[in-house]
Design a protein around this ligand. Sequence first.
Ligand SMILES: [Cu+2]
Length: 263
Amino acid sequence: MFWPLLAIAVCVVAPANGWWFPGIAPWELGQQIDDLFNLLLIISTVVFIGTQIALGYVLWKGTSVKTGGAWFSHGSHNLEVIWTILPAIILLFISLYQMDVLARIRVMSQFPEQARDAPVAEVSARQFEWRIRYPAPGKKLMPQPQPTDLYTVNDLHVPVGKPVMIRLRSEDVQHSFGLPELRLMQDAVPGLVIPVWFQSNTTGKYDIVCKELCGWGHYKMQGELTVELEEEYDAYLQALQAKMNDDGFSAEANNAVAQSNEE
Ligand SMILES: [Cu+2]
């Protein structure tokens, strides 16, 4: 009985000590995913406690001298029917109940149109980093890399308050793109381009973590998601473009060279 009791005690103490999920970034689907998780947690807890009590009861009865110790049974047909049908109903309920949320996350035709039509970036998972490709400011992200594309590593920026979509790829093994604060997780599979959409209604910096054991450096495969105002996002892309096009010479120096070439 020690381990079940310890497990229950930890469940009671954990939330008060912050042994829980990181604070949730407010967006509708994240909240719905949390609600689904809590529902499953409640169902599992009730089943767990119920079965432990039943086990304790049988052990107590079976070892009691009063009741004459252990008894033997060839099974009960009614009991078998009940404990087959009851879990089947619960599982069926769960699978139907979560279908709407699952479809909104995974089925591309259900994505917000705004996100679906204009992916903001391509995120390629790689042992052990996230490589990010943005289209140049004012351009659309093409399936194939373009000469004007902008690149960063482990640093994904998105605008606040609107649905955004990324194209998720893997360059080597299977990874999983995880945004814990947004309660979002999607496997990155070699050979596939998987669309992923999300939205954050608050600005801030959030973790990007790998949620699939992908090799020795899995633990440090961490990036940062920066959610910022539209103007800041545009300025970020402009600055990134300037940085990538920088040849190490100042504008004056380049102009002087151009002028002397003309002369
Ligand atoms: Cu990984």
